[in-house]
Write a protein that binds this ligand. Structure first.
Ligand code: 5GP
Ligand code: ZN
Length: 116
């Protein structure tokens, strides 16, 4: 199921180009257009799920695949050994700007805590 107005659904269907670094039957990973670290990749399900708040028990396997893919992307990008940050922003206070579930994978520099 895709949402015709959704930016990331357009990346999934190829209407909007992206630098894809990893893909499977159920998800794709591509470089963020505004990188916040030397490596900044977004991992998204091909299926339109608006946010973590919209994920349901039937999405259990997909959510697991997203997290496993985040680790696989980090290893493939060479940032796993030094460490990396995974982020899922949800809703207004979470800072979510694109309403299609995505996992940020950031690395290549030290990350700080607490986040801003
Ligand atoms: P959010 O703020 O929703 O957690 O993250 C959305 C991310 O999508 C941002 O980091 C932003 O830079 C990225 N982004 C927005 N539009 C595009 C686009 O057209 N292409 C790519 N590759 N990334 C985008
Ligand atoms: Zn979408």
């Amino acid at each position: 199921m895709s949402d015709g107005q959704c930016l990331f659904c357009k990346i999934v269907d190829g209407t909007i180009p992206a630098e894809v670094v990893h893909e499977t039957e159920s998800l794709i990973a591509f470089r963020d257009i505004g990188p916040q670290a030397p490596t900044h990749v977004l991992v998204i399900p091909r299926k339109h799920v608006a946010s973590l708040d919209d994920a349901r028990p039937e999405d259990r396997e997909l959510l697991g695949e997203l997290m496993l893919a985040a680790g696989a992307v980090a290893r493939a990008q060479g940032i796993a050994e030094s460490g990396f940050r995974t982020v899922v922003n949800t809703g207004v206070d979470g800072g979510q700007t694109v309403h299609h579930l995505h996992v940020h994978v950031l690395g290549g520099r030290p990350m700080h805590w607490p986040p801003g």
